[in-house]
Ligand binder design. Structure first.
Ligand code: SF4
Length: 287
């Protein structure tokens, strides 16, 4: 089995077997994202995917009990094809505990409730959805081509089908001008959808992206680490999402947070306040 191009997966899928159902991302147009810029999007043939699974069965030397379906939006694939792949995964590897995938809100909305329920019955347990923000303004600015209302509908549709939602937000995505809106509207989105998992990434301005170029041209005022911490605090002060497990343990994060909302919210706010206090006392170094 040969992976095509760079392969990405969420931090929590570090020990999963990764199988590419698609190559790249069908949208591939978000101004901050550099992940699939060098790939031409295509859906792989079912027989290619199945041969990968047989190859793994024969040759893969590692123990794994989770499978992650890549690349950027594997849910764009027709439901009967995903069902066939899930069936083969559980047939060849009956010890598998979880199959998950990235999914865009657009792909989820294209599937009927019955299709999503069938995917769940066939073993798709969780979908990672890159919401990035709950602000319609920022979603437009970064060319996400989806609204917060559609994002909300997609998450609720997954949950109604019994599929867990792992949502990702990108702190700093609105830059300095839209930091408050980003925090408040993202808190609104999370409160409305109550995902099972929430990951906070920190914006990284890649040089080859439109947002990275805007930053270098002085047209995108990025947050300082101190401002980023304050944005996270404002988000936490406004979110109400009982039971959501929050992690900000990505390499991009300035501070690692871990807790379950709403129970651990005050503890995480206190952690942020302590970090803000340190950052303010060293503001000359951090600003
Ligand atoms: S952020 Fe997600 S939807 Fe946007 S281009 Fe990157 S992979 Fe595609």
């Amino acid at each position: 089995m040969i992976y095509e191009g760079d392969v990405y997966r969420p931090p929590s899928e570090a020990n999963s077997l990764i199988i590419q159902l698609t190559i790249g991302c069908a949208h591939n147009g978000c101004t901050f994202c550099s992940m699939y810029k060098n790939k031409h999007f295509r859906i792989r043939e079912l027989n290619e995917v199945i041969s990968d699974l047989y190859w793994v069965k024969e040759h893969y030397p590692y123990n794994f009990d989770r499978v992650f379906l890549a690349d950027g939006d594997a849910l764009i694939v027709k439901t009967d094809i995903i069902v066939a792949v899930l069936g083969k995964i559980y047939e060849l590897f009956p010890h598998i505990r979880r199959v998950s995938t990235y999914g865009t809100a657009r792909d989820i909305l294209m599937k009927s409730p019955e299709e999503l329920r069938m995917l769940r019955r066939c073993g798709l347990e969780m979908v990672y959805i890159g919401a990035e923000t709950g602000s319609d303004k920022i979603l437009r600015d970064v060319n996400k081509k989806i609204s917060a209302a559609e994002m909300t509908e997609a998450c609720l549709k997954l949950k109604a089908a019994g599929i867990k939602v792992s949502m990702t937000l990108v702190t700093g995505l609105g830059g300095r001008p839209d930091s408050t809106e980003h925090a408040i509207e993202s808190a609104r989105l999370v409160s409305a959808t109550k995902p099972e998992y929430l990951g906070l990434l920190t914006l990284h301005l890649y040089a080859d992206t439109p947002l990275g170029k805007a930053y270098r041209a002085g047209k995108f005022p990025a947050l300082s680490p101190l401002e980023d911490l304050k944005e996270q605090k404002l988000f936490l002060e406004n979110v109400d999402s009982e039971g959501t497990i929050l992690r900000s343990n990505h390499v991009s994060n300035f501070l690692s947070l871990a807790g379950t909302l709403n129970h651990d919210r005050e503890k995480m706010i206190a952690q942020l306040e302590a970090a803000i206090s340190v950052a303010e006392s060293n503001s000359g170094k951090l600003r």
